[in-house]
Design a protein around this ligand. Sequence first.
Ligand code: PRX
Length: 653
Amino acid sequence: MKKKLNGLYYPTKDFQKQANLNNKKIYKEAQKDPVVFWNELAKKEIFWQEPFTETFSVTSPSTSSGPEIKWFSGGKLNLCENVLDKNVEKNPNKIALIWEPENPDEQTKKYTYEELLSEVNKFANALKNLGVKKGDTVGIYLPIIPEIVIAMLACTRIGAVHLVVFSAFSPEALKIRLQTIKTKYLITADGYFRRGKIINLKQNADLGIEGTDVEKVIVVKRAGNDILWNNTRDFWFNELTNNESNICAPEKMNSEDLLFVLPESGTTGQFLPIMHTTAGYTLQAKITGKWVFDYKDSDVFWSTADPGWITGHTYSIYSPLLNGITTVLFEGAPDYPTPDRWAKIIEKNKITILYTAPTAIRMFKQYGAESFKNCDISSLRILGSVGEIIDEPTWLWYHKEIGKNKLPIVDTYWQTETGAIIITSLPGIGPNKPASAGLALPGVNMEIFDDNGRPCKNGVEGNLVMLSPYCPAIVRGIFACPPNERDAQEKYKNVYWNLYGKDIYVTSDRAIKDKHNIIKITGRADDVIKIAGRRITTSELESAVNNHLQISESAVIGVPDEIKGFIPLVFATYRGTKNKDEIIKEIELEIRKSMGPIATPKKIYLVNELPKTRSGKIMRTLLKKLYFNEKDLGDTSTLSNPETIEAIKKILE
Ligand code: PRX
């Protein structure tokens, strides 16, 4: 990228010339009529078994529910057919998937499009034989191994709805997710490798399915560790697929049929099982890859995200494969066994596009550019960032050390709820600005509103919202099984469509637009903390802390961290006599048990009392100010216990 004087970066002429999108006219064309714009793309990009009859509609079923959004109604399609069959027709021998195991001495696995189709069909038939039907939910609790791709695609092929649970999640986290979707099927593995150690995943799965409806567990053999086996419930993946036919007709799915559910942390503190439907997701996943990553036939794309998260769903799997390019999955940790592991993977596989999170970039920045120096990473042509704010020093380091001052950086903003990217400056058009995500994509209508629902002037911070017709992959609802159906509807409305009325989707992010319409995300507007790019709510953490029998109350705040972006800090009330260090250790254990090691707090403070308003609300903002030793503590007149200020100051000293 070339830098202009005003701090903006533009593509070089050579890059621009070859880019899939290189003319800014597309923004105007899309703006004229976004529905027509998406209609034309859908006809061109998707293989339809039956054409759609209505491009977009939105209705409002009742006052207590959110809007019902429909894209491409009347159409029939199958995501898996678009991913595999259509690309096999074009080039069966093209490599679809490269899998790098954690141990560098173990062999890399590669699947051509034809081989992947064959594996997916075999497993799809196996699922059918076990009783999985169109519309059924299937839990997937797998590490980063090729079978996670096979399992997800097999589900979409037969019209089953997958719910992937991040493999590092605890049995409790798995259990609540399985209970919510009431699935009878779980796909897991014996174990997997993490920093050379074997993690017994099957043991976690066994614990997680207790008290759920799961009747059948399919186990992939990965680590070869000893596991407990239940003969009537457990099945080996390879034994199920060995004798299956590799032909399985793709199910005809309606555009708005449920495609997958993916739980995320939300404002309400509970996790939100977010629903995505078939056609809108397929289109946006495909087109954003073409536009933002400028996919070309020869590209080898590496999204470092775990498929257990939305970035993994959309950009490790669906987007690159829909576009017929090669995608890379890596099982291990970025710096294992040595900090040059990523560089080696890039060199070995001649990766052309690297898509990762600021947390990882900050980690490599701390290791220093040396970790990339001894490898040839000249195959790279585009760099991407996702999931959190990328601060300017980190952006500049990424640009200089990995991008050699020339590669475009796409800072992509989106959410589990939007299914695919919605804001980023395009690499062939620009302008790109460090630490700012960029322009809303063509056809996506983003605004920044003040508290009264009026658009903010340039340079004024406000709430980031999306206006109709909403991106095609937008969340369609919150999934919950029958007795909770109404709650789910209300939750969907309250979380996303309440602040400014039912026409306006609220992202819960704060943002600023500059005079070029470049959007800079400034932080969350709710109680979500982004820890290493993961969404965790303070209330989820607080309830984990409160699990400790001797803790009655707690307050969690997020504070900046050099590597993870943000990190939690815990204040818990404790008046007992037990050794405080022990209590602190136990609290930390509670957190790690229910939220995973990612949520380990920076520090846990035991206090007598938490500062509260007269109506009993804990003043977390005050705790933050006290922690940062701010002089202006704001209005403390509403405090019911002002003496807590001095007491907490002492503890923080
Ligand atoms: O707060 C924003 C932040 O991540 C949230 C969405 O998180 P999740 O659903 O886990 O999806 C992550 C993958 C997209 C957003 O509401 N976020 C995401 N991308 C960016 C970002 N913050 C700043 N800049 C980004 N590029």
